[in-house]
Design a protein around this ligand. Structure first.
Ligand code: PEP
Ligand code: MN
Length: 638
C-alpha cells in the first residue's frame, strides 16, 4: 500500500497534492526542453531563462525542472550547468529524480517560400548552434544566437528577412515556417540528456542516477578515473569558482581529491551514505501520509540509553550471544564485547525457534544472568520479547525490547511494547516489504513509544547460500522516508560466520546507524545459531575495522592490536596517496599544466594543521615527507 503512495503517478495524488506535476523548462513551447518536461506525464511550463526556472522551483511555483546536461555532439551544456551550479551554491537544495534523453533533429526552417540559397543567417540557442557549426559553415550560413530554438522560429516568423531558425520540426510548424533541411546536426543520432530536478525536501528521489560521461572532460583532471564519478567541467566565475559538476557522486569525497582548493566541486543527487544522513526535513507533511509518526519530517531520532546512542550521526554496535545460556557464558561474552567497544549487550532469553523441540531460551532466569552481566560491563541490555504477557516483566530489566522478525506483524505485541516505556528494536520480517516494516514501527509509535530502531536482518529470497539476503537496498530506500535509526543485523542475514564481517562492512558503508552482531566464545557448543556467531577475536577485528570509538577501558592487548590496525591503514593510505599523486602528475603533463603548484601544497599543509592542531611540527614533517615522495614519484626535477 505504502509503495503505491511513494511511487504513485503524480496524476493520482490526493486532494491537496497538485493535480498535475508542473515541470519547468527553459524556452518556448516547441523547444526540446518541453519534450523532456512532458516525458513523465508532467505539464510543461515554459520560462525565458534557466535562472527563472530555478527561481520558480525554489518558490514552489513548479514541482520539477528539467535542465539539459549533455548533448551527444557537443558534450556539457554550460548555458544550463552554470546557472544550476550557481543555484546550488546559493543554497538551493536539489535532488535529481531522473534523466530523459531527447532525440534532437535540428530543422533549418524559414518563412514559406524562402529559397535555401537566400538563407544567409540562422538563429538558434547557442547550444543548438554548436551542434551544427560545421554544416552551417559549409553552407556559408552565419549563426545568430538567441535565447531558444522555438523562440528562434517565432522571431523568424515575425521577421521580414530571409533568415532561418534552427529548431524542432514541431516548433517550425507551430510558427508556420517551412522546413528547408530536416536535420542540420553535424552528426547523426543527435540527442540531449536532461536531468529532472526537484527540491530535496519535496522529492521522493528513488531513481538512481545513471552517470554521464562527457568527452570534454579531458581538460580537467582524471578525478573521474580515480573515483568513478562523472564530471562536467564548468568555467565558473570569480564569485562562484565552480569548475566541476559532479553527477551522482559524493561531493565531499571528491572535494578532498580535488587538485586545488579553488576548484569547487558541487554534487547533484544524493549519494547513498550522504543520503543516509539526510532524514526528511522538519515542518512538512510526513513522507507517507498514512504513517504520521514513523515518516514524520523531523530531525533524526536519537535513541539513547547510557553509553548506547544511535541515530542522527551516532552509531551503535550491539553485540552478544544469540541466547543467554548460563550466568558464566553471558558474563564472559559481555566482557569480551565490552572490551571491543560494543555499545549494548544483546542476548535472547525467549528464543523464537523453527523447531518446537529446539532450545527455547532459559526465560526469566536468564534475564537475571543477562542483567548481572550488563551491570558488570555497564552496557545496556537488548533482548527479545515474544509475547504480550512477557512485556512488562522483561521491561523491568531490559533497556531495549527487541521485536523479532517473526513477530514484526504481531500487532498486539507491537502495541504492548509501545506502552512499555522502553525503546524498541524492530526487526524487519523475513517476508515483509519496507512499507510493512514502517507500518509496524507506526504501531509501536502510535502506542506511545517514539524511540524505535528499525533493523534490517535479511529477507527470504531464492538464494540458499546465505540464511537470508541482507536487503541494504531496502534499508536505503527507507532512509529518506523515516527519521528513525536504521540498524543492520549481518549475523541473521548471513547465517554463517565467514560472511558476517563482509555484510557488516557493507551495511556500515551504506550508512547504517548501527549493527547488531552475534558473538560467542565457543560457537561449536552454542545452543542457538552456532554457525553464525563470531568469536571474540573476530568481533574485535570487525569493531576496529569500523573504527568504533570505544571510549571503553580497553585492555592493553586490544589497544596494541588497534594501533597495529591503524598503522596498517595509514601505510595503505600513504601508498594510495602516492598512486593518486602520480596520476595527477601524468594528467597535468598531458594537458600541459605545471605539475608543481605551491598554492596546492599550502592547501595540503592547511589540511594537516586542521587535523593536528596541537602537533604542528608533526604536521609539517608529514607534509614535507609526502610532498617529497610525491615529487620523486612524479619524477619532477626541482
Ligand atoms: C535474534 O536476534 O536472535 C533473532 C531471533 O533475530 P531475528 O528475529 O531477526 O531472526
Ligand atoms: Mn540468533
Amino acid at each position: 500500500m505504502l509503495r503505491e503512495i511513494a511511487d504513485r503517478d503524480p496524476k493520482e495524488t490526493d486532494a491537496d497534492a497538485p493535480a498535475e506535476l508542473k515541470v519547468g523548462y527553459q524556452g518556448e513551447p516547441g523547444a526540446f526542453g518541453e519534450v523532456a518536461a512532458a516525458a513523465h506525464g508532467g505539464a510543461p511550463v515554459p520560462f525565458a531563462s534557466f535562472e527563472k526556472v530555478l527561481e520558480a522551483l525554489g518558490q514552489g511555483v513548479i514541482d520539477e525542472a528539467v535542465f539539459p546536461l549533455e548533448n551527444a555532439i557537443v558534450g556539457g551544456i554550460t548555458e544550463a550547468l552554470e546557472p544550476l551550479a550557481a543555484g546550488v551554491l546559493r543554497g538551493l537544495d536539489l535532488v535529481a529524480t531522473g534523466l530523459t534523453s531527447v532525440p534532437v533533429r535540428l530543422a533549418l526552417s524559414a518563412k514559406q517560400g524562402t529559397p535555401i540559397g537566400d538563407v544567409k543567417r540562422a538563429w538558434s540557442h547557442p547550444a543548438a548552434l554548436r551542434q551544427c557549426t560545421q554544416r552551417l559553415a559549409a553552407m556559408g550560413i552565419e549563426p545568430v544566437v538567441c535565447y531558444d530554438t522555438a523562440g528562434a522560429a517565432k522571431i523568424i516568423a515575425a521577421d521580414a528577412s530571409t533568415d532561418a531558425a534552427i529548431c524542432s520540426r514541431h516548433a517550425a510548424e507551430m510558427s508556420g515556417l517551412d522546413v528547408l533541411i530536416e536535420d542540420v546536426s553535424d552528426r547523426d543520432q543527435n540527442s540531449t540528456r536532461f536531468v529532472h530536478l526537484r527540491q530535496a525536501d519535496h522529492a521522493r528521489a528513488r531513481v538512481p542516477l545513471a552517470f554521464l560521461r562527457t568527452s570534454s572532460m579531458t581538460a580537467t583532471t582524471r578525478l573521474d578515473v580515480l573515483t568513478g564519478a562523472t564530471l562536467l567541467p564548468l568555467a565558473g566565475t570569480p564569485e562562484h569558482p565552480v569548475r566541476m559538476w559532479v553527477l551522482g557522486a559524493d561531493a565531499a569525497r571528491l572535494q578532498a581529491l580535488a587538485p586545488a582548493r579553488d576548484v569547487q566541486v558541487v554534487s547533484l543527487g544524493q549519494p547513498a551514505p550522504h543520503a543516509s544522513r539526510l532524514p526528511p526535513k522538519e515542518g512538512t507533511a510526513p513522507a507517507v501520509k498514512s504513517l504520521p509518526h514513523a515518516t514524520a519530517r523531523k530531525p533524526a531520532t536519537v535513541v539513547e540509553v547510557g553509553p548506547f546512542k544511535v541515530g542522527g550521526g551516532h552509531r551503535a554496535m550491539i553485540a552478544g550471544p544469540c541466547s543467554v545460556e548460563s550466568p558464566e557464558q553471558v558474563m564472559r561474552i559481555a566482557r569480551e564485547v565490552a572490551a571491543c567497544g560494543a555499545t549494548a549487550l544483546r542476548g535472547g532469553v525467549f528464543k523464537p525457534r523453527t523447531n518446537p523441540y529446539a532450545f527455547q531460551g532459559h526465560g526469566y532466569e536468564a534475564l537475571e544472568w543477562l542483567a548481572a552481566a550488563s551491570r558488570e560491563v555497564k552496557l545496556p541490555i537488548v533482548t527479545e520479547v515474544m509475547a504480550v504477557d512477557q512485556v512488562q516483566q522483561v521491561a523491568q530489566k531490559a533497556d531495549v525490547l527487541q521485536i523479532g522478525a517473526r513477530n514484526m506483524q504481531n500487532f498486539d505485541l507491537l502495541r504492548a511494547v509501545g506502552r512499555a516505556g522502553r525503546p524498541v528494536l524492530l526487526k524487519r520480517g523475513a517476508g515483509a516489504t519496507t512499507d510493512e516494516w514502517l507500518g509496524a514501527a507506526e504501531y509501536v509509535m502510535a502506542s506511545g513509544e517514539s524511540r524505535v530502531m528499525l533493523c534490517e536482518r535479511g529477507i527470504r529470497t531464492f538464494e540458499p547460500s546465505t540464511r537470508n539476503t541482507l536487503d541494504l537496498g531496502g534499508m536505503l530506500a527507507v532512509r529518506p522516508l523515516t527519521h528513525l535509526p536504521l540498524l543492520a543485523d549481518p549475523s541473521h542475514a548471513a547465517g554463517r560466520a565467514d560472511l558476517v564481517e563482509g555484510l557488516a562492512r557493507a551495511a556500515w558503508a551504506s550508512g547504517a546507524d548501527g549493527l547488531i552482531v552475534e558473538v560467542h566464545d565457543d560457537p561449536a557448543r552454542a545452543l542457538c545459531d552456532s554457525e553464525q556467531a563470531l568469536v571474540p577475536t573476530r568481533f574485535a577485528e570487525l569493531a576496529r575495522a569500523l573504527a568504533l570509538d570505544p571510549n571503553a577501558h580497553l585492555p592493553l592487548a586490544q589497544l596494541r592490536a588497534w594501533v597495529d590496525a591503524i598503522d596498517h591503514d595509514l601505510a595503505e593510505l600513504v601508498k594510495r596517496r602516492l598512486d593518486v599523486a602520480r596520476v595527477i602528475g601524468d594528467s597535468k603533463r598531458q594537458t600541459g599544466r605545471a605539475v608543481l603548484d605551491p598554492k596546492r601544497e599550502a592547501a595540503v599543509r592547511r589540511t594537516y594543521y586542521e587535523a593536528l592542531p596541537t602537533s604542528k611540527q608533526l604536521a609539517d614533517k608529514l607534509v614535507d615527507l609526502l610532498i617529497e615522495a610525491a615529487r620523486a614519484q612524479q619524477s619532477i626535477e626541482e
